[in-house]
Each structure stands twice: as structure tokens, then as C-alpha cells.
Design a protein around this ligand. Sequence first.
Ligand SMILES: [Zn+2]
Length: 168
Amino acid sequence: MKLPNGTRSTKLDVANTNGRKGLFALVSIDKDEILIDLNGENTFLSPTRRSLQIGEGKHVFGRDETVGYLNHSCEPNSFLDFDCLCVRALRNIPAGEEVRVNYSATEYEMHDSFRCDCGSSACLRLIRGFKFLTGDQQLELKPYLTPYLLKKLDEEISRSRNLLESVL
Ligand SMILES: [Zn+2]
């Protein structure tokens, strides 16, 4: 069933975790399931602390503050899928687990950088946005990047190629 615009899945709810709010799975969720539909949401020119970037000068908040409660993980269980403009499960999510996305795959430059304690062995510790990742880290995120960041990645690659050619 397609969710009404801007409405989070009835399978999710907001709860407190470590002194902040997060979005949690109430029941087990299947891989590829749509969790939040962002179609028809208002977009904003600049990022806020709780928005997701969907283009250059295009940030979306989500009605019911849905997106606002999505916390970051360096090894997330969900991602922003641009084919449907929705947040989609990256793998099966058991009931009780927090739904999280990788902010570095959507945000070029974070509104506020922050220290991450996601516990992943791949944790970057300081989350500042895609712009601040190393070339290898940027390439690793390629399958999950928004079209805007994919364009940025291509620009980075051609820039370093030109740089290399100018040295040779
Ligand atoms: Zn982390």
C-alpha cells in the first residue's frame, strides 16, 4: 500500500533514546519497505538541523516531523531512495530497532556537525557532511547518494583527474 504523502508508516513511532528522540520500528520491517514518503512535501532553500537534502538549495523536512526524528548511523538500516523520494529499509529491521540513515549520503555540508556514537566499526566519529569525506569514503557511499551528491562526486573525480594530468 502506498502511504499518504508525508505520513510515516504506522509501523514506526517516535521514542526517546539516550536523551534524544528517534524513530523506532514497532514491528519487524522487511528490506525494501517504504518507511516515509516525501513526495509532495515542501522544500526549503537552506538546511535545518532536522532536514534532509534532496538537491542544490533543496531541503525537505517532512510533515509530522517524520524526517526530523531520523537519526544518523555510519552503518544505517535505511536510506533515502530517490526513485520514489522516500525513506526505504536497506535490510530487515527487527521490532524495537531504531531506524537510521547515513547523513553523509544526503547532506553536502551539515547544518551542525556532531560527534557520532553509532557503534559501527566504520564510524567516522565526526559527521560534517559529504564534502568533508575522503575520496575513498565518498566512493563507498556511491550506491546511496542523492543525485545531487552523485553530481558532486563526479565533479570531484574529474577535478582530481585534471589535477593528476596537469602534474604528469
Ligand atoms: Zn558513526
